[in-house]
Design a protein around this ligand. Structure first.
Ligand code: TRP
Length: 338
């Protein structure tokens, strides 16, 4: 156990509760979080309020997935004794800070955020952008600052949100005349985004190219079978391309034997190595990763009261902390505070 005398750096991260998590989340962040919880004060937010910003038509989906994502966290090895899991909607100070922070950002700045621009496009909102959606980067800044997080492990696509958070922090600190809140750094995984099994864009449930953390051995095998390789690699004896070959991308992400992967790449490029050999290796690796997660998840799912208790305890802790920060911010800005 690390010593508790020195304050640990604070991590805040979260996930929208719109669906169970998949291997893309595992590679992109869950794996990191399990490692970081030993050395950091880590807070995980089940972002149901943020999920509502593009799911107002389906609150039931948002509610149901709070428990699903919590199960995913616990199943991959997030330890509630080391990490604090909070439900966003159970922390009213986050909403209060959001409302306050909205006055420190312009509509034009919100519309310029590249992540939001892309997401608006992808969702086909056209001119009917929910106001909550346009403003969610401000809510996310509230999430990050309320916990006084200095590290935010996120995917590459979220970097502009951290930038916007820090802009807000600087404005608030300038207004307060002192360092009320710390700036945060994005922690972006080196491996980058895991592509979907079809090789078209990132892994995502809505694109139907995802492998859920509860996938059966047969489902994993089927997913790897249809995985995109090199379309010009028709015979095993042909030289094959490694770049853009999804099977190799996955081996890079999951195979602990780096030397073996390097050798396989060289062999594939030379020719004489069939896709099936690679796919069998990958299937085994993915099954070995997912099986314990799936089993632990099923076990936890049989005891929803235990999971609810973990969420209640975590949220109570988060409530105290975020309430305290909200007080410091209102007082720091010189607002009336009863
Ligand atoms: N935007 C994140 C996602 O899409 C979820 C999230 C909410 C988050 N609040 C956060 C991430 C704070 C990092 C920090 O999944």
């Amino acid at each position: 156990m690390p010593s508790d005398t020195a304050p640990r750096p604070v991590i805040l991260t979260g996930d929208r509760t719109t669906g169970p998590l998949h291997l893309g989340h595992y590679v992109g962040s869950l794996r990191n979080r399990v490692a970081l919880q030993a050395t950091h004060a880590q807070y995980l937010l089940l972002a149901d309020t943020q999920a509502m910003t593009d799911n107002a038509h389906d609150p039931e989906r948002v509610r149901r997935n709070v428990l699903e994502v919590a199960l995913d966290y616990l199943a991959v090895g997030i330890d509630p004794a080391l990490s604090t899991i909070c439900v966003q909607s159970a922390l009213p100070a986050l909403a209060e800070l959001t409302l306050l922070y909205l006055n420190f950002v312009t509509v034009a700045r919100l519309e310029r955020n590249p992540t939001i621009k892309e997401e608006i496009q992808a969702r086909g909102f056209g001119r009917d952008i929910p106001a909550g959606f346009l403003c969610y980067p401000v809510a996310q800044a509230a999430d990050i600052t309320a916990f006084k997080a200095t590290l935010v492990p996120v995917g590459e696509d979220q970097a502009p949100l951290i930038e916007q958070t820090n802009e807000l922090v600087r404005r608030l600190n300038r207004q307060a005349g002192r360092d009320l809140l710390p700036e945060a750094a994005a922690l972006i995984p080196a491996i980058g985004r895991l592509p979907g099994v079809d090789g078209r864009g990132k892994m995502s449930k809505s694109r139907g190219n995802a492998v859920p953390l509860s996938a059966s051995d047969a489902a994993i095998e089927a997913a790897v079978q249809r995985m995109y390789t090199d379309p010009d690699h028709l015979r095993a004896s042909d030289p094959g391309r490694v770049e853009g070959n999804v099977v190799f991308t996955y081996l890079d992400a999951f195979d602990p034997d780096l030397q073996a992967v390097a050798d396989l790449k060289a062999h594939y490029r030379r020719g004489g190595l069939g896709d099936m050999v690679l796919k069998r290796r990958l299937t085994g690796l993915l099954q070995a990763t997912v099986t314990p997660i799936r089993e632990r998840r099923a076990e936890l799912a049989r005891d929803p009261d235990l999971v609810m208790d973990i969420l209640r305890t975590g949220s109570a802790k988060g409530r105290t902390l975020t309430e305290q920060t909200k007080r410091e911010v209102t007082e720091g800005l010189g607002l009336f505070s009863l």
